[in-house]
Design a protein around this ligand. Structure first.
Ligand code: HSE
Length: 325
């Protein structure tokens, strides 16, 4: 990590999945699907978004990355009102794969690197959790691996777990978008003691299973009573997937974050991968939902930043030559 201020940086930040079933607002895992942000101190603000999927994202000073970068400068007591920002992302928007958390974490880490990393990663985690109001996605994008965390409205604390090397992730990403706001809106304001105990016991067991590499326990632990039963109404086919995916080779299955993406944890050595993928796609298709499936791995690395020097390849060329190649 460099402690000298620099003119221009390139950030690579992973997607993430939150909750992992019972760990509502407290468990997250980074995934090897990435967004890249080039950030430079400039004398005029320009924001360039590469690719079609970011259509509609503001390119003026109301842009999230611009605003978050300014928060870092303010917190560190420096002023850089004009920035040149370029962004490319492979993370689908509003699908439950942490796209907004990756933008927040990318902007925090990039802006911090521009000013010589005046803020610690812990301070960035506090800022990110305050912005998202839950620490699961931002923690995973910041630190990588699996993150167990809380945010109590004032502070966030976390511990990172190294994902088991045999853990793979299959996601089915429906073609429709679902906002976190809407998916939180269907949840009850109060829950019973029975459901609270159900979740804390399952979530604790899941953390223990993931920490110790007890992959066989995931199917028992990855069950939720707090949010999935309510959100199922928004995602046709979800209840069938939750009830049956383990019979088709999943170690466990959950809604990814606030959805609509469905996520299955899979043992890399499983002989049922093709069967599971077909089951996910077919179940959603029967409900009229077109879904793209992707095989992913946990990303061991969280956000990373490099300094860009005069003559380095620009992000557009990097995307064309390496990312899309
Ligand atoms: N924990 C959050 C939720 C993640 O489930 O609402 C989505 O941003």
């Amino acid at each position: 990590m460099s402690y000298k201020a620099v003119q221009k940086v390139r950030v690579k930040v992973p997607a993430s999945t939150a909750n992992l079933g019972p760990g509502f607002d407290s468990l997250g895992m980074a995934l090897n699907l990435y967004a890249w942000i080039d950030l430079a101190i400039s004398n005029q603000t320009t924001i360039h978004l590469i690719g079609d999927q970011m259509h509609g994202i503001p390119t003026d000073k109301s842009n999230l990355i611009y605003k978050v970068a300014q928060m870092v400068f303010e917190e560190a007591g420096v002023s850089h009102p004009e920035l040149e920002i370029t962004m490319y992302s492979d993370i689908p928007l509003t699908r439950g794969l942490g796209s907004s958390a990756s933008a927040i974490v990318g902007a925090l880490a990039g802006a911090n690197a521009l000013i010589g990393n005046k803020l610690t990663p812990y301070a960035l985690f506090q800022l990110a959790s305050r912005l998202e109001k839950h620490p699961d996605n931002v923690g995973a994008s910041l630190y990588g691996g699996i993150v167990v965390a809380f945010w109590d409205g004032e502070r966030a604390e976390s511990i990172r777990i190294e994902p088991d090397s045999n853990l793979e992730v299959l996601v089915a990403i429906p073609a429709f978008q679902l906002s976190t706001e809407k998916a939180r809106g269907v949840m009850p304001k109060q829950v019973s003691m029975k459901d609270a105990v159900y979740n804390l016991s399952h979530s604790s067991l899941l953390v223990a299973a993931l920490s110790t590499g007890n992959l066989g326990m995931i199917r028992h632990a990855m069950k939720d009573a707090l949010h999935q039963p309510y959100r199922a109404a928004l995602i046709p086919g979800m209840t069938t997937l939750l009830e049956q995916a383990e019979n088709h080779g999943a170690l466990g299955v959950a809604l990814s974050g606030a959805g609509p993406t469905m996520l299955a944890l899979v043992d890399a050595r499983s002989g049922q991968k093709a069967e599971l993928e077909a089951f996910l796609k077919d179940t959603l298709a029967k409900e009229g939902i077109e879904a793209q499936t992707l095989w992913l791995k946990p990303s061991q690395e969280g956000v990373s930043v490099i300094e860009l020097l005069e003559g380095d390849e620009d992000l557009q060329s990097l995307v064309e030559s390496e990312v899309l190649a």
